[in-house]
Design a protein around this ligand. Structure first.
Ligand code: CMP
Length: 138
């Protein structure tokens, strides 16, 4: 059981002004921020980050969307971080997300779903390493 996960607040949420509210929910849920970045992905970097999905029908749409505006990337720490964070954000499709979850409150659709959370301890490390150097985290 790892105590770290990786998240992105996605372009739909940053463009609608939800960044502060979502970060506050994360902090109120007990996560400590170990790295934080306000950035914008190029199409090349979005393709690389999501390469595991490259055979999926929605890959082009996903890359266009994730490079369409600024994002927040962060490494978060809390006991049982990966599993608890997936509960906090809710189902990938906000239509299926439980009441009170971040996606239920802030996500528009399965494609524009406001926030990302790593699906395993291994991917949390890979995804955090994608965005942050050793100097940018503690
Ligand atoms: P996430 O689970 O963070 O990472 C993969 C992303 O692909 C997912 O969020 C959605 O943004 C996107 N995605 C998943 N399923 C679909 C779909 N059916 N149509 C469009 N985008 C999708």
């Amino acid at each position: 059981m790892s105590n770290r996960t990786f998240t992105m607040i996605k372009p739909d949420a940053t463009s609608k002004g939800y960044t502060g509210a979502i970060l506050d929910e994360i902090i109120q849920a007990g996560y400590s921020i170990k790295a934080l970045k306000w950035t914008k992905l190029s199409k090349e970097l979005a393709s690389e980050f999501y390469s595991v999905h490259k055979e999926r029908g929605f890959f082009g749409e996903l890359v266009d969307y994730m490079s369409s505006g600024p994002i927040i990337a962060a490494i978060l720490e809390k006991e049982n971080a990966v599993t608890d964070f997936r509960k906090l954000i809710g189902a990938t499709n906000p239509a299926n997300a439980e009441e009170g979850t971040i996606r239920k409150k802030y996500a528009a659709s399965v494609a524009e779903n406001a926030i990302h959370g790593s699906d395993s301890d291994e991917n949390a490390i890979i995804e955090g390493d994608f965005f942050f150097s050793k100097l940018e985290r503690f």
